[in-house]
Write a protein that binds this ligand. Structure first.
Ligand SMILES: [Zn+2]
Length: 488
């Protein structure tokens, strides 16, 4: 098999860092070696087919994004990244594994919906991929399907307390699914917002004439997230099941989760870069020549952005530091402004919900290291190691240990990354896209990152180096997942 040697770098994992060379043998990590080690009697650099110079750089496991929505049908349209474009963009940003969501809509067989997702992803992905299953209708059939899917490597199921009439499950359905999860070892992931109350607030706002994108956020106040989070935790406790709350944005909701964790309950929380950096106030103030105050539609996502004056962003960083939040995912769900977000002109409730960011997570969370909010090790833990362990991929992904998949990122702390269309060196030339997602705008316009993804390797194959892309659709393989490493 072809040997690859990554020399001169600092290997960073969740428990520490060390100077080491990393030897890859084909698709797996073979060894970590002291720089210049001669005990094997071989000069590794001379026998390796490929040598990657990582001097002065960090060498970390390929990042694992456990929350993406490629081609998700939503609100009469579909997320603008296909598995092909979305996984290519992920690779550019140092993410070598995604776990996407297959969607069962009400009335559909779970197995049929999953087959449709396999068909979309197969042969299209640049990086490895797995699936969670969204249950849009909990009944006897779908409960039976949960057992079947677990044996096929789909070991997590997402339910919604929001979106009545679309994805919504009532408390009885949620409890039944959790009871099933408790018996088959799977994880229930929860979109925790009180959708019934939110729908009342949304209707009242529209009737008042409050139709701009900003009101998407004000009609999903923190109380609706905290209440649903609390209810989900209690139902999970009743069922004796673990719980993973997705895309948490309200500090009060995380405080409730943290209390349950302090009591020793098996509950976990995830947040996303948009909730760490962006705010409701910025959405309120967003204006452009092209879109007027509809500019704010770029940041319509659920849960919504929260108020900076109320301090949610700082609190979320704190919870990442203390371990009460376990994972940063992207909830990548991109929609263009043209023909997609603009469906909600004059009525924010018709704006497709979602932000694109699959390419930027490693950079954006790394900026938290630069800013002194989290440690280098915690960065790797949040973006690589814990997502893999949480969703049954920990033996292959998220670590650089012998036998693990040869997914590696060389990250340059002296490099620089400008995000968006008009930022950085290209600003003088006007509208120049600097990302690779299939979007006509960036939710991260103008963000400047003090770091850079230099080299990306997936199962031993170099996908990105020297600013060039060498990946191709179909390199990515389906990942049959085990159950979570955090079940007990
Ligand atoms: Zn999502």
């Amino acid at each position: 098999m072809a040997l690859t040697l990554i020399t001169g770098g600092t290997v960073v994992g969740p428990t520490g860092r060390s100077r080491a060379d990393v030897l890859l043998d084909g698709e797996q990590v073979a060894a970590l070696v002291r720089p210049g080690d001669t005990t094997l009697g071989v000069d590794l650099a001379s026998v390796a087919e490929t040598v990657v110079d990582a001097t002065g750089k960090y060498v970390i496991p390929g990042a694992v994004d456990p929350h993406t929505h490629m081609e998700l049908p939503f609100g009469g349209t579909a997320a603008s990244d296909t598995f092909e474009t979305g996984t290519r963009a992920a690779a550019w940003g140092g993410t070598t594994t995604i776990v996407d969501f297959a969607v069962q809509r009400t009335g559909e067989r779970v197995q049929d919906s999953l087959a449709a997702w396999f068909a979309k992803a197969e042969g299209s992905c640049a990086i490895d991929y797995g699936f969670h299953q969204i249950l849009g209708g909990v009944d006897d059939d779908s409960l039976k399907a949960m057992d079947e899917l677990v044996t096929e490597g789909i070991t997590s199921f997402k339910l919604f307390m929001a979106y009545p009439g679309v994805f919504y499950s009532d408390d009885g359905q949620i409890l039944r699914a959790m009871q099933k999860a408790a018996t088959n070892g799977s994880m229930v992931m929860m979109h925790a917002e009180n959708g019934i109350a939110i729908d009342v607030l949304v209707r009242q706002a529209i009737e008042r004439g409050d139709t701009a994108p900003y009101f998407h956020g004000t009609t999903r106040p923190w109380e609706t997230e905290e209440e649903a989070t609390h209810r989900a935790i209690m139902l999970a406790r009743l069922a004796g099941a673990p719980l993973y709350v997705v895309h948490m944005s309200a500090k009060q909701a995380v405080a409730t989760l943290a209390r349950a964790r302090d009591d020793g309950w098996n509950v976990f929380g995830e947040t996303c870069p948009q909730y760490l950096y962006l705010s409701l106030e910025e959405q309120l103030g967003a204006r452009s020549e092209e879109w007027g105050d509809f500019e704010g539609a770029k940041w319509v996502c659920s849960t919504p952005l929260r108020s900076r004056a109320e301090g949610h962003q700082d609190e979320l960083w704190r919870y990442l530091r203390t371990g009460d939040l376990s994972v940063v995912s992207t909830d990548h769900c991109p929609f263009c402004m043209k023909e997609q977000k603009e469906l909600g002109l004059g009525d924010f409730s018709k704006i497709p919900n979602g932000i694109g960011g699959v390419e930027h997570r490693l950079d954006l969370v790394y900026q938290g290291v630069v800013d002194g909010k989290i440690s280098l090790e915690r960065w790797v833990e949040l973006c690589c190691t814990t997502p893999a362990r949480m969703f049954g991929l920990g033996d292959r992904k998220g670590v650089l240990t012998p036998g693990a998949d040869a997914d590696v990122v060389v990250y340059d702390p002296a490099g620089h990354t400008s995000i968006g269309y008009t930022s950085g060196a290209d600003a003088a030339h006007g509208n120049r896209k600097t990302h690779h997602m299939n979007m006509d705008h960036s939710a991260w316009e103008g963000f400047e990152i003090d770091g850079h993804v230099d080299v990306v390797i997936s199962r031993g194959k170099v996908l990105v180096s020297d600013g060039e892309y060498h990946g191709h659709p179909g390199h990515g393989q389906y990942l049959r997942r085990s159950t979570s490493a955090y079940l007990r």
